[in-house]
Design a protein around this ligand. Structure first.
Ligand code: FES
Length: 98
């Protein structure tokens, strides 16, 4: 079920899931959470709209394109965590702690 439209980025991008050892392609019409779920990689999530913070995930490499309303400006600038239900990637590739 798609609730929130992906934010930012017309193109897909690659996500390396460091803990599970998977690398996924995230298409332009799907969220990272949807791609993880399709691959059978567990991730906690609730709102799917970038407002609850449940899906918060550490970013190990790459640059997130934040689409949530949870993080402060400083947290966005730090770029070391993201809400993958709505946020995208502006560096072509992300490495996440999932
Ligand atoms: Fe609520 Fe991602 S599931 S912020």
């Amino acid at each position: 079920m798609k609730v929130a439209a992906p934010q930012g980025g017309e193109l897909g991008f690659e996500v390396e899931c460091r803990r599970s050892g998977h690398t996924l392609q995230v298409g332009p019409e799907e969220s990272i959470v949807e791609a993880l779920e399709d691959a059978g990689i567990p991730i906690e999530r609730s709102c799917r709209e970038g407002v609850c913070g449940t899906c918060g995930t550490a970013v190990l490499d790459g640059t997130p394109d934040h689409g949530d309303t949870v993080f402060t400006a400083d947290e966005r600038d730090a770029g070391d965590a993201m809400m993958p239900c709505v946020s995208r990637c502006s560096s072509g590739r992300l490495v996440l702690d999932v």
